[in-house]
Design a protein around this ligand. Sequence first.
Ligand code: DX5
Ligand code: ZN
Length: 221
Amino acid sequence: MSHLIAPSLLAADFANLQRDVEMINSSEADWFHVDVMDGVFVPNISFGFPSVAAVAKHAKKPLDVHLMIVNPDQYIDKYAELGVLNLTVHSEACTHLHRTIQAIHGAGMEAGVALNPHTNINVLDDIINDLDLVCIMSVNPGFGGQKFIENTYAKVRALKVLISEHGSNAKIEIDGGVGLGNAQDLLAAGADVLVAGSAIFGTDDPVQTAREMKAVSFVEA
Ligand code: DX5
Ligand code: ZN
């Protein structure tokens, strides 16, 4: 499978969200990455339901929703109603992660778990076969435009081993500080999905940047 590109709408122009959604529709990007923050789990607030619904109305590519919120279980059905493809929750925010993952699947969505930079991949040991996606945070969640944490490469390589040892189908997604400068090394380490906010929307021609990220070739380590 070729790698996937998921532009993060957190870096889009919120006053021109329809324009930016249509721009990504016309690009070679694969998913819309939608960052939902509650001001509790992370020190920032981003999209609420009306905004995600507005994005869903115009998006012609699947929505990859990243919940940076406490108590995500109470909102699962609402995201399913919006037609979301992947719903990702944070391991650090879920006391009963297995139950939450089952609920996401029960609502008809693919289930992802995100890990903060300090969280070891071993917390997924007993649940990896239930997951469709693991989102490795390569910055501390809450804000776009932060510096990529270099330890991510080792973490991705270790996760790749964990996934293949268990025969899991989970995709590895990298989120934070990702761009053309590190895409190739991340793909070589085992990444399947690259999330990019400022690296795409912060360029003069986001469509061209998405094309270049999609075209990055690599040799698997
Ligand atoms: C951070 C979010 C990211 C963010 C990435 O908490 O989860 O998706 O938008 O932004 P960049 O690509 O600018 O680091
Ligand atoms: Zn994200």
